[in-house]
Design a binder for this molecule. Structure first.
Ligand SMILES: Nc1ncnc2c1ncn2[C@@H]1O[C@H](COP(=O)(O)OP(=O)(O)OP(=O)(O)O)[C@@H](O)[C@H]1O
Length: 380
């Protein structure tokens, strides 16, 4: 079937080499039978994994209408703020493949850091749980028993940490997910690439998997690379700002960082009774006497914990702890999460995702977050 994203074309600011186009089309259209493809996109840092995944997503959307996207790159996630692993169901083609956009995931966990290095086993537990959720909800192998449910193809986007422990994490993910297609993107610096073949399998049972090896995009007659070195930390800050921009209606004129800083500073926060919230520090221990000091002026994951899911609390979004009044027993929180969802939140998760410094240092705007008088001394 003809694709609207043809080979060798420049599709809305990205270049789709013929090899990429063939790879995406074969994943989408070669499998005529159930189940739909599980594609696992991997390769070295900055090789084009995200760009290829976006292209593949559009191609799969043309055939299936809806696609599940498991995002395991906590450093530069596709649809969420950094620090999350998420499962998102996408039902709209992205016209501009160069621009990332925020989407509300169907399920997500707040890992709370931009690399899985800090706690690989928790990171993997989150990914496996999201994959299990996808399998239960969107993947049916027995049509007779589950008639009426939808089957969605899956794309797994992965981080570019493919050496040392990063490699072992990738192997664990591949063994658990058992993808139907593994897309390996190779760059010209061969030593940085993943090994050839089904490197994650011990035995010879690789007949079930299609390994699709492609090169990172090179353009024009001189074979110049189109890869652009990204400023990861700037991109992360932009993502966080775009997230909190959602606290305001889209027609409110906020176009600069300064305007956003002012708008957030004057935005009425939610009052959250301290008594109904548990606080968990994800990657460090904080003495109980310091808990509230450590929370003030930080970003927290807003999560829902239950007895069954104590270790695996689903997260519904992020909040800025704008102030704490321990005398009144109230936390002041700014978040774009709608009140109906916020009602379920009973756990704040604190990791290492921080308010972008540029939001705190706007000229002429005294930051409301770092004032000392928001904490009552009486409590301590
Ligand atoms: N086909 C392409 N056309 C235009 N630009 C591209 C293409 N492939 C990659 N790039 C650019 O190169 C950079 C790296 O690409 P991308 O973000 O897709 O890589 P990645 O492997 O996902 O990176 P990371 O490992 O850091 O997550 C980006 O700035 C992207 O816009």
């Amino acid at each position: 079937m003809a694709s609207m994203f043809g080979p060798g074309s420049s599709t809305a600011n990205i270049y789709v080499p013929e090899e990429w186009s063939e790879a995406a089309n074969s994943i989408a259209y070669d499998s005529v039978t159930s189940p739909p493809p599980f594609s696992f996109v991997c390769g070295a840092k900055n090789s084009g994994k995200t760009t290829f995944s976006r292209h593949l997503l559009n191609i799969l959307l043309q055939r299936y209408g809806k696609v599940a996207y498991l995002d395991t790159d906590v450093g530069q996630p596709e649809f969420t703020v950094p620090g999350f692993v998420s499962l998102t169901v996408v039902d709209k083609i992205t016209p501009d493949l160069a621009i990332p956009c925020l989407k509300t995931p169907e399920r997500c966990f707040f890992f709370g850091d931009v690399s899985s290095k800090r706690d690989p086993s928790t990171y993997l537990k989150y990914i496996f749980t999201l994959f299990d959720y996808y399998r239960e909800e969107y993947c049916m192998f027995d049509k007779s028993e589950n008639a009426g449910r939808i089957e969605l193809p899956l794309i797994v986007n992965t981080p570019g940490w493919v050496k040392g422990i990063g490699y072992e994490i990738l192997v664990d993910m591949l063994r658990y997910i058992c993808p139907t297609h593994v897309v390996k993107i190779n760059i010209s610096a061969e030593s940085k690439n993943l090994p050839g073949g089904a490197f994650w399998l011990d035995g010879d049972c690789d007949g079930m998997v299609n390994i699709v090896e492609i090169k990172s995009a090179q353009q024009d007659n001189f074979n110049r690379s189109v890869l652009v070195q990204k400023d990861a930390s700037l991109l992360r800050d932009l993502r966080i700002m775009a997230y909190f921009r959602q606290c305001f209606p889209s027609d409110k004129p906020i176009t600069t960082i300064k305007e956003l800083a002012h708008a957030l500073a004057s935005h009425p926060p939610y009052e959250v009774p301290i008594s109904i919230i548990k606080i968990r520090h994800l990657h460090c221990q904080v003495p109980s006497t310091e808990t509230y000091y450590s929370l003030n002026a930080t970003i927290v994951g807003l999560a829902v914990s239950s007895e069954e899911s104590e270790d695996l609390p689903w997260c519904v979004g992020l909040g800025i702890v704008r102030g704490i009044d321990t005398f009144k027993g109230v936390l002041y929180v700014i978040t774009p999460v709608p009140p109906s969802t916020l009602e379920k939140v009973n756990l704040f998760l604190q990791g290492f995702i921080q308010i972008p410094t540029c939001l705190l240092q706007v000229k002429g705007c005294r930051s409301p977050y770092v004032t000392s008088n928001v904490l009552s001394d009486r409590f301590y």
